[in-house]
Design a protein around this ligand. Structure first.
Ligand code: 16G
Length: 241
């Protein structure tokens, strides 16, 4: 199963083989994979080579290590299409998962110059700052730091933001949400972020900023979200023009 004459590096071939075994169900999520020694016997390669393959797979979030126990197969990542303008609640419900939130803070603050520009408002105008940890089936997925002009949603309460904000805007306020721009970048979690996301210190996270507009073009929310890179994968279909 490892072709030593192949131009493909051996660690890479081992990674591909383990990935194959995960996708065909030989190894299931949370199964422990064989030890480095066993794998080096199986693949007839050095333990160094096996370790390189495993390290790469741990860094990619396909496997995870537990100190003193072994190396395990991670849960399948959520594949989130970068297409429809959907809410976290809708995304999780569409997958048959139960969304929930923990409200970390809910405040009114004066808009910074940057927020004022994004909302096309004056600096210092009141905006809600809503910090939530989002869960799917009780597992941490993301932290969301949302800003919404108070003037647009003056009656927003802690109870509302503990549920779905989009649902409230559309069903209760009867406003239409029109479009959004998103900016995605990677970073290393700060200590407070890794604690909230329950991930090891210095883990990679995926950050998305979404600037959302109502159907009439009014800027309605600015959200900075940080997703667990081991649980999320963003996918997009692209076309050659
Ligand atoms: C998504 C949006 C976020 C929005 C939230 C509303 C991204 C990157 N973010 O998580 O901008 O505020 O949904 O969810 O997709 P809710 O209706 O469940 O409160």
């Amino acid at each position: 199963m490892i072709d030593k004459k192949s131009p493909l590096p051996m660690y890479y071939q081992i990674e591909e083989n383990i990935k194959q075994r995960i996708s065909n169900g030989d190894y299931q999520p949370s199964d422990m994979i064989p030890s480095e020694r066993e794998l080096s016997d199986t693949y007839k390669v050095s333990r160094m080579t096996v370790r390189q393959a495993i390290n790469n797979m741990v860094n990619k979030g396909i496997l995870f290590r537990e100190k003193g126990k072994g190396t395990f197969v991670s849960a399948k990542k959520i594949e989130q299409p970068l297409k429809g303008l959907t809410s976290f609640t809708e995304d999780m419900q569409a997958r048959g998962m139960k969304p929930s939130s923990k409200l970390v803070s809910f405040n009114k603050i004066g808009a910074s110059a940057e927020l004022a520009r994004k909302f096309e408002r004056e600096e210092g105008e009141l905006v809600f700052q809503i910090k939530r940890i989002r869960y799917a089936d009780g597992k941490t997925m993301a932290i969301e730091n949302s800003y919404i002009p108070v003037e647009l949603l003056p009656d927003l309460t802690e109870q509302v933001v503990s549920g779905s904000i989009y649902d409230y805007v559309e069903k209760t306020l009867k406003q239409s949400i029109g479009k959004a721009s998103q900016f995605i970048e990677a970073s290393i979690a700060e200590d407070s972020q890794s604690a909230m996301l329950q991930i090891p210190p210095d883990s990679a996270i995926l950050n998305i900023e979404r600037n959302t507009f109502l159907a009439d073009g009014t800027p309605f929310e600015v959200v900075n979200s940080s997703y667990r890179a081991d649980r999320y994968k963003f996918i997009s279909d692209i076309y050659r023009v």
